[in-house]
Design a protein around this ligand. Structure first.
Ligand SMILES: [Fe+2]
Length: 288
C-alpha cells in the first residue's frame, strides 16, 4: 500500500490517495475544490494534482471518501466523481449535519437523507475498494458525522486528531462535542497499536515549521499537546471548551458548508444560468 499526500496551503488541508501498487486500486480521501475569494471562481488546481497523479500511476479509484462535512474548504468530491466515475462515501450521521445546516441556510430543496452520497457508512463498516479494505471508525466530536478511515496499518483521522504539536479538532460547531471527541480519540483511536500510522486532515504548521502530516498512535499518546493517553476527560473537555470559545470561525465556513452538505455539488444554476452561494447575515458570532 502506498500513500501520497497533497497539501493545500490555502486551507492547510491534506488530501490523500492510497493505492495498492500491485492492482492499481485506489481510494481518495478529502479532495479539495479551490475557491478564489476575490473573483469567486472555483478552481481545480488542487484536484488537477490528484488527477494527474491518478492518471500517471494508472490508478483505478474505487471510492472517494470525505472524513466529514468540511467547514473550511469546498469538497472536491462531486467534481472528482465526474472525472473518475467513482462512488462516494461519508459517515451516516451526515444526515443530522444536513438537517442542521439546511435549516440555517433555508435550503428547502436539499434532501436531508444523505442520498447525495453513494454509501453512508456506520461505525465499523468495511468497504472493499478493489484489493484495498477500508474500515470506517466513527470518531464524532468535531462534527457528529466524523469518520476515521483505516486502511492496513494507517488511519486517516480528518479533523479528529492532528499532529502532536497541534492537538485535536475544534468541537464548537453545531452538534460538536468535546466529550465525544475525547471518547473518539482517547477511548477508541488510542486503543489501536502504537505503531499505527496516523495521517491527519490538516496541518496548520505551528510556529511556522515545515508541513507535516504523518505521526503514529504511540507518538500521539505520548506527546499530543491537547490530548495524551494520560489526559483526563474533564481536563480535555475544559481545555477544549475554553480554547474553542476564543477561536474565530473558519474563513470559508458559510461558503463551504452549503456545498459540502450536498456532497460537494455546487448550488443549481438559477434561471440566468448562474450559480449563487447564500450567505446568512448575523448568523455567526455576536452582533454589534
Ligand atoms: Fe473540519
Amino acid at each position: 500500500m502506498l500513500i501520497r499526500s497533497f497539501f493545500d496551503p490555502e486551507t492547510f488541508t491534506l488530501t490523500y490517495v492510497i493505492h495498492d501498487p500491485k492492482t492499481r486500486d485506489a481510494v481518495v480521501i478529502d479532495p479539495v475544490l479551490d475557491l478564489d475569494t476575490q473573483t469567486w471562481r472555483t478552481q481545480t488546481r488542487s484536484l488537477d494534482k490528484v488527477l494527474t497523479f491518478v492518471r500517471e500511476q494508472a490508478l483505478r479509484v474505487r471510492y472517494i471518501l470525505d472524513t466529514h462535512a468540511h467547514a473550511d474548504h469546498l469538497s472536491g468530491m462531486a467534481a472528482l466523481k465526474r472525472q473518475l466515475q467513482a462512488p462516494t462515501a461519508i459517515g451516516h450521521p451526515i444526515t443530522r449535519v444536513q438537517q442542521l445546516f439546511a435549516t440555517a441556510y433555508n435550503m428547502t430543496d436539499l434532501k436531508t437523507d444523505g442520498s447525495q452520497w453513494d454509501v453512508l457508512l456506520t461505525d465499523g463498516q468495511r468497504l472493499q475498494a478493489g484489493s484495498l479494505a477500508v474500515e470506517a471508525i466513527a470518531t464524532p466530536g468535531h462534527t457528529p458525522a466524523c469518520m476515521t478511515y483505516k486502511v492496513g496499518d494507517a488511519i486517516f483521522t480528518g479533523d479528529a486528531l492532528f499532529m502532536p504539536d497541534y492537538g485535536t479538532g475544534r468541537c464548537d460547531f453545531p452538534a460538536g462535542s468535546a466529550a465525544d471527541l475525547y471518547s473518539s480519540v482517547h477511548d477508541k483511536l488510542y486503543k489501536l497499536p502504537d505503531q499505527t500510522r496516523v495521517f491527519v486532515g490538516h496541518d496548520y504548521q505551528p510556529g511556522g515549521r515545515e508541513v507535516r502530516w504523518e505521526t503514529t498512535i504511540g507518538a500521539s499518546k505520548a506527546n499530543n499537546v491537547q490530548l495524551k493517553a494520560s489526559t483526563s476527560r474533564a481536563d480535555f473537555v475544559a481545555f477544549r471548551q475554553t480554547r474553542d470559545a476564543g477561536l474565530k470561525p473558519p474563513r470559508l465556513i458559510l461558503q463551504s458548508l452549503q456545498v459540502n452538505i450536498a456532497a460537494g455539488e455546487l448550488p443549481a444554476p438559477e434561471q440566468n444560468g448562474k450559480r449563487y452561494l447564500k450567505i446568512p447575515l448575523n448568523h455567526l458570532g455576536r452582533g454589534d
